[in-house]
Ligand binder design. Structure first.
Ligand SMILES: Cc1cc2nc3c(=O)[nH]c(=O)nc-3n(C[C@H](O)[C@H](O)[C@H](O)COP(=O)(O)O)c2cc1C
Ligand code: SF4
Length: 420
């Protein structure tokens, strides 16, 4: 599909889209009631100890009431040092009951609103370079240091890294107890695990030229996580292309080189039984156009080009690993054409699921609206204005100030009038 065809979709609704997106699918023994995946969207609205608040719950209840087939919950660090913001979601022995209650409430809300019960995925992370107050890096990265220099004292040692599999294992056990359906061993967006992928100039156990060394820690963590699960889905939000000179899976001309991602995915499927992968691209802190195609001035490429890259890369990976179900990302830019487009991609074998990120904050009932009426309401769609990201970067709580009035005042207070 070329750029013109993608754009033309808004004028040509796809008749078969409702039946494609409404179809249930069994993944690793669990039934996902439809193809709408509500992507992880960090909101920084929890208590200081990581316990979800009423606001955290509100977002997920709206997703359940909106007909989500899968709710992929926002990033939650496995150690306090790995937190990206003071109010990030974090599951511990002390607050596990609040998480269990939240999951029960999500399932109850889905049933009460006449929807099927969604699959709920937990996303486990370590924020690495974005950890606050103290960043943790993997090696020196010329492209990243040029923007925000971090000295070698922030580099994680092999001994510290070797303790991480235990932390991921403990979190996997807790999330199982809290009633999640699946566990995402996250590696993307330049966070700690993803940085090891391109640790070409790191010495020791976890870096160097060899693929086996750069992926050793991640696979150790995946193995440890699996030991904490029984019948839950083991999955990953996997960044498969960094798109900068010293990044992963990137050719010298900055085009994608999927040789290593294919090798990794094959290992994950064969040796660890991974049956579901949520593909993502780029590092949102440095190259947001690769990660979330958006409107704006002076963009390095057309946002449609960004949407197309997601489909090209995900499709190539899906075809190379047909026994794994892939989630397609980066759909929000297409607005009301996003669901029709996603259905075409699923039909063409590019992915099994349609993942919506920013669109879910703007339009939480997008799935039920589309399945009932065959179209998305233009007036409710995300306009990819990046205000939700601005809120996060301002250290505030994040939501959609455009479509959700609750956040309009917060945006005025914490972004527009911050220094007034
Ligand atoms: C405010 C905000 C928070 C996000 N939080 C997460 C997160 O916690 N975990 C994650 O894997 N991706 C996160 N993302 C990325 C989205 O899941 C998604 O991949 C991205 O927005 C592109 O999809 P879209 O075009 O549908 O928005 C976040 C994006 C935004 C804008
Ligand atoms: S703030 Fe803008 S980009 Fe974010 S969800 Fe709302 S409309 Fe979309």
């Amino acid at each position: 599909m070329n750029e013109q065809e993608i754009l033309a979709l808004s004028a040509q609704p796809y008749a078969a889209a409702v039946s494609i997106l409404s179809q249930e699918k069994v993944v690793a023994g669990k039934t996902v009631p439809n193809r709408f995946v509500y992507q992880p969207m960090e909101a920084c609205d929890c208590e200081l100890d990581g316990t979800p608040t009423d606001l955290t719950l509100r977002k997920y209840l709206r997703f359940a009431e909106g007909g989500a087939g899968m709710i992929w919950m926002e990033a939650a660090p496995v150690t306090v040092e790995g937190k990206a913001s003071p109010r990030q979601l974090m599951l511990t022995e002390k607050n596990i009951d609040a998480f269990a209650k939240m999951n029960d409430a999500i399932r109850e809300a889905a049933v009460k609103s006449g929807n099927k019960v969604p699959i709920i995925i937990f996303q486990a992370t370590h924020s690495g370079r974005q950890s606050k107050p103290n960043p943790v890096t993997v090696c020196s990265k010329a492209t990243l240091e040029a923007v925000r220099p971090l000295s070698s004292e922030y580099i994680i040692t092999d001994e510290e890294a070797a303790r991480l599999p235990e932390a991921f294992y403990q979190t996997a056990k807790l999330m199982k107890k809290a009633g999640y359906d699946g566990y995402d061993m996250k590696s993307c967006h330049g966070y700690l695990m993803a940085e090891f992928a391109s640790a070409y100039n790191r010495e020791g156990l976890y870096g160097g030229a060899e693929f086996e060394k750069r992926w050793r820690l991640y696979l150790d963590c995946l193995k440890a996580s699996k030991e904490g699960l029984t019948d839950e889905i083991l999955t990953a939000r996997l960044g498969v292309y960094d798109g900068y000179a010293d990044g992963w899976a990137t050719n010298p001309d900055l085009t994608p080189d999927l040789t290593e991602p294919k090798r990794l995915i094959s290992i994950m499927a064969k040796d660890y039984g991974v049956k579901l992968l949520n593909v993502t691209l780029g590092n949102p802190y440095y190259f947001p156009h690769l990660n979330r195609p958006h409107r704006g001035k002076n963009l390095p490429e057309s946002p449609v080009q960004g949407v197309k890259r997601f489909a090209d890369i995900t499709g190539e990976l899906q075809r190379s690993q047909p026994d794994v179900d892939f989630v397609l990302s980066g759909l929000s830019y297409l607005g009301s054409a996003g669901a029709d487009y996603a259905a075409k991609q699923i039909e063409a074998g590019v992915a099994a699921f349609a993942g919506f990120g920013r669109m879910t904050l703007a339009y939480p009932d997008l799935a039920s609206d589309f399945m009932k009426t065959g179209k998305l309401n233009e007036k409710k769609c995300c306009i990819t204005c990046s205000k939700c990201t601005e809120l996060m970067r301002a250290g505030s709580i994040s939501g959609c100030p455009i479509r959700d009035p609750l956040y309009t005042d917060i945006y005025r207070r914490d972004v527009l009038h911050k220094n007034v």
